[in-house]
Design a protein around this ligand. Structure first.
Ligand SMILES: *Cc1c(COP(=O)(O)O)cnc(C)c1O
Ligand code: SF4
Length: 284
């Protein structure tokens, strides 16, 4: 069957990047499942409250990337996921009624793909006293580095920098392969490093794409040199339809052990599996 590639993909020089966006023809979008039971923890539209002290907000389902292995592939691109003004108000009310939530993670979709909306949300959340920590997850530095020179995104970064002066702010970049660290991307990461934020990374093990010691060693070492601290390395979630991305966990564990041996502690991610019964991300 002829392969189709995400229309969002710009850099297809690298086979390892291209394969993350293949639509291989065997997928059945109606079968994509929700093994982490996020939908049942969505207490108000867009807010997932699964763990006592932290909440995850899906700003929209829009994303520059459309990775074929996305945990939320069942939703990505659906315009109905975009938060409206009253959704934001409901989220703010929920956070105020639940002061045990001290750590708020903006996710989606990609919150940096909708910078104006993310800015409105952050402006409201920053005033909630019980929220002590903020995080934002993004793949834009790799997928769309040019966007960082647009006024809308520059504006959002300015607000992040400002909030970071008073509350710890983490930017979590999602990277899969060292080929994604182009010169343009490295410039964006260098710029993010000048903000009052902590830069972390997260990565998913992908079968035949990055599940080799050499590939991941190169990537984490480069990130370490760029001032990005690897946070999580995930086993690919058990979503129906993503089987071809999911590798052997014993092989992945051996790679993770080897990485730990060769990388500084601060350059080495924690290998986790997000287990289905609600325990969350457990170290393998
Ligand atoms: C990953 C995740 C978090 C944050 O977990 P940490 O282990 O603290 O990084 C919070 N809520 C949901 C729903 C998550 O999936
Ligand atoms: S960047 Fe993240 S949210 Fe967007 S498609 Fe990829 S995994 Fe999903």
């Amino acid at each position: 069957m002829k392969e189709k590639v995400s229309p969002f993909l710009k850099n297809i020089d690298s086979e390892s990047i291209r394969r993350q966006y293949y639509i291989n023809g065997t997928e059945n979008p109606s079968a994509y499942s929700d093994p982490l039971m996020e939908d049942s923890h969505e207490v108000v539209k867009g807010l997932i409250h699964k763990y006592p002290n932290r909440a995850l907000i899906k700003v929209s389902y829009q994303c520059a990337s459309h990775c074929r292995f996305c945990t939320r592939i069942r939703q990505i691109g659906d315009p109905s996921g975009t938060l409206q003004e009253n959704d934001i108000d409901n989220i703010v009310i929920y956070l105020m009624q639940h002061p045990e939530i001290e750590d708020v993670i903006l996710s989606g979709g990609d919150p940096m793909y909708t910078p104006a909306l993310t800015k409105i949300l952050l402006q409201k959340i920053k005033t909630i006293e019980s929220v002590k920590i903020l995080r934002i997850g993004t793949r834009m530095p790799f997928q769309s580095p040019g966007s960082f020179s647009t006024p809308l995104l520059a504006n959002l970064l300015q607000l992040i920098d400002e909030i970071g002066q008073t509350k710890p702010f983490y930017i979590l970049v999602h990277i899969e392969h060292p080929d994604e660290l182009t010169t343009e991307t490295q410039k964006v990461l260098a710029h993010l490093r000048t903000l009052k934020v902590t830069l972390l990374s997260q990565t998913v093990f992908l079968k035949d794409i990055n599940d080799s010691f050499d590939t991941l060693f190169t990537m984490f070492k480069s990130l370490y040199h760029l001032g990005v601290q690897p946070y999580y390395l995930y086993h690919c979630d058990n979503v129906i339809g993503l089987e071809h991305f999911r590798g052997d966990i014993a092989k992945e564990k051996a790679i993770a052990v080897q990485l730990r041996e060769h990388l500084s502690g601060i350059a080495c991610p924690l290998f986790v599996e997000d287990v289905e019964n609600g325990y969350g991300k457990l170290p393998v």
